[in-house]
Design a protein. Structure first.
Length: 198
């Protein structure tokens, strides 16, 4: 049984999903594959030059209070970042390049905590390096590799794959060809994987 978890580091609702998915999946014996991608190109294709939460202030006000409630209910630390959305490109390249490494789930959670709990600039190599330093011996080497042309191409192709799969927002979960969208659909996606043995 497997769930493909598609996430964007700048996405508010991807944060609680990323903090919860691994433990919930383990409880059900479900494997999680981690797929970082970029929402920017998807938004631009819709004619949006910014997050819809910034374009539509009423929606944005609701979202911030809702994420606050979600995190409170899940006992996940939350502080509204002073900049939104933050550029998660470097972190996404690292997560994409090394997606099969056993430390990836912990790295992903560390980046989310840096952004949505500690209000740190996750576009900074220093922040990404700090998140990696507890997990790998040579974080700078990995960051350099993640900025290679091959790694950049890998993330671009992964974002293109997201579009091909019908993904339009984050977080999203694919169970076979079945698509679920949103933090509040995480349990439903895991239940589908259980029942249908994807």
């Amino acid at each position: 049984m497997k769930v493909d978890f598609w996430f964007e580091f700048g996405s508010t609702y991807s944060y609680p999903a990323a903090m919860r998915i691994e433990n919930l999946a383990k409880q059900r014996g479900i494997e999680v594959s981690w797929y970082p991608f970029l929402l920017g190109p998807i938004f631009h294709a819709q004619g949006w030059k910014d997050s819809p939460f910034n374009i539509y202030p009423v929606m944005g006000r609701y979202m911030w209070r809702d994420v606050e409630r979600v995190c409170m209910a899940c006992k996940i630390p939350f502080r509204r970042p002073s900049e939104f959305p933050r550029n998660g490109l470097l972190a996404a390249r690292v997560a994409c390049r090394f997606s099969k490494e056993p430390w990836i789930p912990e790295f992903v959670r560390a980046i989310y905590l840096a952004n949505f709990s500690d209000d740190q600039d996750i576009s900074s190599p220093e922040t990404v390096s700090t998140c990696l330093s507890k997990l790998v011996v040579n974080p700078i080497k990995l960051i350099n590799e993640a900025q290679s042309l091959e790694s950049k191409t890998q993330l671009r192709k992964q974002t293109e794959k997201a579009v091909q799969e019908g993904i339009f927002g984050a977080p999203s979960y694919l169970v076979g060809k079945e698509l679920f969208w949103g933090n509040d659909r995480l349990e439903e996606a895991l239940s589908w994987a259980e029942k249908h043995g994807a």
